[in-house]
Design a protein around this ligand. Structure first.
Ligand SMILES: *[C@@H]1O[C@H](CO)[C@@H](O)[C@H](O)[C@H]1NC(C)=O
Ligand SMILES: *[C@@H]1O[C@H](CO)[C@@H](O)[C@H](O)[C@H]1NC(C)=O
Ligand SMILES: *[C@@H]1O[C@H](CO)[C@@H](O)[C@H](O)[C@H]1NC(C)=O
Length: 289
């Protein structure tokens, strides 16, 4: 019999290195009557508790569910584990995921993603916990739609109200305003659906609902700048307009005729669009300079 045990190498768990050690039979050390939890070694720390306040109250609680020979334990905002119900000395016990982020669809918290679970081939186990309305808090269903990606249904009376999982009301004033602006910009055709979705993603990341996908450079000011896409766009338009005036002045100074139409537009945003003509004249300007 081979026993598989995991050891985290190095002092820091964020090293993320895991070695699988094959040990000979060591009955005493791995006796299933020992607390199984003590054998589970999480690879990462859970993400922040976030989302609707009434759901956050589930933090610190655990719910279990037994299906055939396995017991599943779901601890919202912490972890989900699987324990083989067997008196074998090496009964399996493993981490199916550690709380990471929400899945948000259509302004609604749809599911909780628990990732970075125990190794599974060259990947790590992960679990999507779908919240559905039910009479009491309980795990209701476990499946494995793709290898080592688990799908779990958690029933709870906390999500029965149609508005209970809406994202917008859980945002602070600043982020609500950013969403309002993004919505307006999309409505006004100033940004594409994709641009709108990117802005939303940034808002959700900022709120801590989603894990950040940006490559974080430590201690740069880039993180401070990431939410002003619209402001930045306006700012760029203004700068560009100044630059155009400067270049027009230069052309006038050298008695070179130019198409002055673009300057007549009122809005700085539409100006950037029309300025295409002038930008095409770069070669000429370069000659002067
Ligand atoms: C899972 O979460 C529970 C509840 O927060 C905690 O007591 C337990 O130690 C966690 N187990 C692992 C393996 O992270
Ligand atoms: C999104 O939610 C709204 C109501 O909040 C609903 O009317 C609409 O059908 C939903 N759209 C999708 C794609 O689920
Ligand atoms: C980065 O910022 C943290 C606090 O925000 C500080 O403790 C740390 O020394 C900084 N590191 C560098 C390289 O400046």
């Amino acid at each position: 019999l081979i026993l598989v045990e995991y050891f985290i190498l190095g002092t820091y768990s964020n090293a993320g290195k895991m070695k699988i050690v094959e040990e000979p039979n060591t009955f005493g050390l791995n006796n299933p009557f020992l607390a199984q939890g003590s054998r589970l070694q999480p690879r990462v720390t859970p993400g922040p508790v976030s989302g609707p306040a009434h759901i956050q109250r589930l933090a610190g609680k655990c719910f279990s569910y037994i299906e055939s020979t396995y017991k599943y334990e779901f601890c919202p905002f912490h972890n989900i584990t699987q324990h083989e119900q067997s008196f074998r000395w090496n009964a399996y016990s493993g981490i199916l995921g550690i709380w990471q982020e929400w899945e948000i669809v259509n302004n609604t918290f749809l599911a909780m993603w628990m990732r970075e679970g125990d190794a599974c081939g060259n990947k790590n186990r992960q679990t999507k916990v779908i919240l559905t309305c039910g009479g009491s808090n309980k795990l209701a269903q476990v499946s494995e739609p793709t290898t080592c990606v688990y799908s779990v249904t958690f029933e709870t009376p906390l999500v029965c109200h149609p508005h209970s999982l809406l994202v917008y009301p859980t945002l602070n004033d600043k982020l609500q305003k950013e969403w309002d602006e993004a919505e307006q910009a999309y409505y006004d055709d100033l940004i594409t659906k994709q641009g709108y979705n990117n802005l939303l993603r940034e808002i959700f990341e900022d709120a801590g609902f989603l894990k950040t996908q940006k490559v974080e450079k430590p201690n740069t000011t880039t993180t401070l700048k990431k939410h002003d896409s619209l402001q930045k766009c306006n700012e760029d338009a203004r700068k560009q307009s100044e630059e155009i005036h400067r270049l027009q002045a230069l052309l006038t100074q050298h008695n070179i005729p130019y198409d002055s139409k673009p300057d007549k537009s009122k809005s700085s945003l539409s100006r950037t669009v029309q300025d295409g003509h002038l930008r095409g004249d770069n070669g000429l300007i370069a000659d002067i300079l």
